[in-house]
Write a protein that binds this ligand. Structure first.
Ligand code: SF4
Length: 684
């Protein structure tokens, strides 16, 4: 049995392109979903599912990761939903389907009643209908054409996979009506070529095998063509379904496949048919060495072999597409002209007949949300060829890499010159920050600040000043350091500060760190210690009562030790000294209320005001002998005292409770004596 493969079979341009976009995204981000099953082939869908490609049927806030619009396309509402919920859409709508959508929309806007010849349940047709604001009429055949609904200006278009004969039948029926008719045949040439090739093959074989998903519209149409030719026809999805009985006494069998059938499945089918042929020859006991040798290779037609390796060339790009790709090498920097700007990709004419596709993630160093404002038709731009394999059929180019190549040269110069670059932090990644310096560079966590950084999230959106520390021109990688800039500035400031630092100065500083015993104040590259005892004229328990980290303040330089690089600072020295007014405020002989703050063997200290403590000597605690101060007063107690002496130069005030008691006694005695004198005088 000879196995003949149709000259055009298997993946078309649009399907292959969609699969490539999914695989590219998978390789790029590790996750991707498709809006509906990517193609009508269960084996391919299962294979993609194994790779983690999910299928979603709606878009909302919970939709994670990029979502690929399949080659069938969708209506405008889906783009709106994606934009509304912030879903990153990768539009793999086949360019030919996109053309039909555009034609449908344009005709509707011009007042035409759009008639679509096709299957109303097919997602491609549903998408096209949506672009007409759901006003298009879908008919599956000429029989559905009636004059009651279809009137006036009519535009006829077709589902891309429609049979040519059906389209002509619908057209003929419309011409029977009294309408102004425009006919735009939008059947994809890939579909037509597969159908023509199948038509040609049926005349050469006794049985046909049609390979492809049972839910694939174009595969089913291929099967219908074969059946219509009166040939035994078997529609299979994979090689295991082949039944040897189908090929009993068959000399020539034909194979064709739908546009959503991958070549690996077609090859398996051809291989299995060849095995069946060998088994049958063995059964018939006719194998000769010659026959067995011949049977070992699948006897597919020359055309068919070509089909398996050059499929894209016959697709819509044509042979010139392939030829042009031969001139482009991966990694090559080329100049192109922007020919189309879509929501998520830009098409560029790079000199051949093919158009290079710049996917969204390859448009700029930091992936934008859309192409909006990034390019316009006619712009001349440089791009790097990412994928130019002729058998893949899609030319992928990168503007990002071209920008990075230009920038990487600048990075090397910046490193050489020690230039300071500025860049915004765009992401926190493991071990550091990603910054946009024209290309995306990396700042290791250890190179962000002079000290340890605990929370890197706070840097997102901040602009850093950095030096280039490493450039990898091969990978377009650059490593930067903000710490290098900060260290340099610190060193410079430190030198300046030591140069003019002197005791007795009042300087401005910033509190860097608090401890239990004080605060370290940055005077400009030099840290001085502000001891707790020098913070306030009053009594404090912790430095945080007076200063806080990050606070800017004036400090007094108490001591500078250049050898040990130590600086002692004071804060109270720049504040008003309460002792300067003590003589006026607390005159000798005045009676005031004070609070006992500390007890010692020789008396009790009492606070007159923050910063001024006076001593009540043990001998002044009472008008009697006192063994221990605590026998008379306790800490926190408020007592009345008499000011005995004020010596602001020594910061001393002597106080007395006893003097008050003695004054009281004296007054009592005086009063008594006066009373007695008065009494004696009156008796005399
Ligand atoms: S059949 Fe034609 S229109 Fe449909 S996806 Fe393939 S290339 Fe595009």
């Amino acid at each position: 049995m000879q196995v003949l493969l149709a000259a055009h079979a298997g993946f078309c341009f649009g399907v292959r392109r969609a699969i490539q976009q999914v695989e590219a995204e998978l390789a790029h981000s590790g996750k991707v979903a498709t809006y509906g099953p990517l193609i009508h082939n269960p084996q391919v869908i299962a294979r993609l599912a194994d790779q983690g490609v999910a299928i979603v049927d709606h878009l909302d806030m919970s939709t994670l990761g990029p979502v690929v619009i399949r080659s069938h396309g969708v209506g405008p509402a889906i783009y709106e939903q994606a934009a509304q919920h912030g879903v990153n859409l990768i539009d793999a709508t086949c360019p030919f389907v996109a053309n039909v959508q555009k034609a449908a929309r344009d005709f509707t806007e011009q007042g035409y009643q759009v008639v679509i010849a096709g299957d109303a349940d097919h997602p491609e047709v549903q998408g096209i209908v949506a672009w007409t604001g759901n006003r298009a009429i879908v008919v599956a055949s000429g029989k559905e054409i009636t004059g009651d609904k279809i009137q006036g200006k009519v535009a006829l278009i077709a589902q891309t996979t429609l049979k040519e004969a059906t389209f002509r039948e619908v057209e003929a029926a419309l011409r029977q009506l009294d309408v102004e008719l425009i006919v735009k045949n939008t059947i994809c040439s890939a579909t037509a070529k597969r159908q023509e090739a199948a038509q040609q093959l049926v005349s050469q074989v006794e049985v046909m095998v049609v390979v492809g998903g049972r839910n694939s519209s174009n595969t089913r149409k291929l099967a219908q063509i074969c059946v219509a030719a009166g040939l035994p026809t078997y529609h299979v999805e994979q090689a295991e379904e082949l039944d040897p009985r189908w090929f009993k006494n068959v000399n020539q069998a034909g194979v064709t496949a739908g546009a959503s059938t991958p070549h690996w499945i077609i090859e398996e089918v051809v291989q299995r048919m060849t095995e069946i042929q060998q088994e049958q020859e063995l059964e018939n006991n006719v194998p000769t060495e010659e026959a067995a040798t011949e049977a070992a290779a699948p006897q597919v037609s020359e055309d068919a072999n070509r089909e398996l390796t050059m499929d894209d060339a016959e697709d819509d790009m044509g042979k010139s597409f392939e030829e042009s790709l031969k001139n482009l090498k991966e990694g090559e920097l080329v100049t192109g002209i922007v020919v189309k700007v879509r929501h998520d990709e830009i098409l560029v004419d790079v000199g051949g007949k093919s158009e290079g596709v710049i996917p969204l993630r390859e448009i700029a160093p930091v992936t934008p949300d859309s192409t909006e404002g990034l390019a316009k038709v006619g712009d001349e731009i440089k791009v790097v060829v990412l994928k130019a394999e002729s058998e893949d059929g899609t030319l992928i180019v990168s503007r990002r890499r071209a920008i990075e190549r230009e920038k990487i040269v600048h990075m090397e110069e910046a490193k050489e010159k020690g230039e300071i670059l500025t860049g915004k932090v765009v992401a926190v990644v493991k071990g550091g920050l990603r910054v946009d310096v024209g290309l995306v560079g990396f700042v290791p966590a250890s190179q962000i600040e002079r000290g340890y950084v605990e929370n890197m999230e706070k840097y997102i959106g901040q602009t850093l000043r950095m030096k280039v520390v490493e450039v990898d021109t091969r990978r377009n990688n650059v490593v930067l350091s903000q710490k290098a800039v900060l260290e340099e500035e610190h060193k410079q400031a430190r030198g300046n500060t030591w140069g003019d630092l002197a005791e007795g100065q009042t300087r401005r500083g910033t509190v860097r760190r608090l401890t239990d015993f004080g605060a370290f104040v940055d005077l400009g590259g030099v840290d001085g210690l502000l001891h707790i005892s020098e913070m306030s004229w009053g009594r404090i328990k912790h430095p945080s009562e007076v200063v806080k980290e990050g606070q800017e303040l004036e400090v007094y330089v108490l001591k500078v030790d250049r050898e040990k690089e130590r600086v002692s600072l004071g804060l109270k020295q720049v504040l008003p000294n309460p002792w300067s007014l003590a003589v006026e405020k607390y005159p000798v002989g005045s009676v005031i209320t004070v609070k006992v703050v500390r007890l010692t063997q020789f008396g009790a200290f009492a606070e007159l005001e923050p910063g001024i403590d006076g001593l009540i000597h043990i001998s002044q605690l009472a008008n009697r002998r006192v063994n221990k101060p605590e026998d008379v007063v306790s800490v926190g107690q408020e007592v009345q005292v008499k000011v005995l002496e004020v010596r602001p130069e020594d910061q001393r005030i002597s106080l007395s409770i006893r003097a008050i008691e003695e004054d009281a006694n004296r007054e009592e005695v005086t009063e008594y004596l006066e009373k007695q004198d008065n009494q004696e005088n009156s008796e005399a």
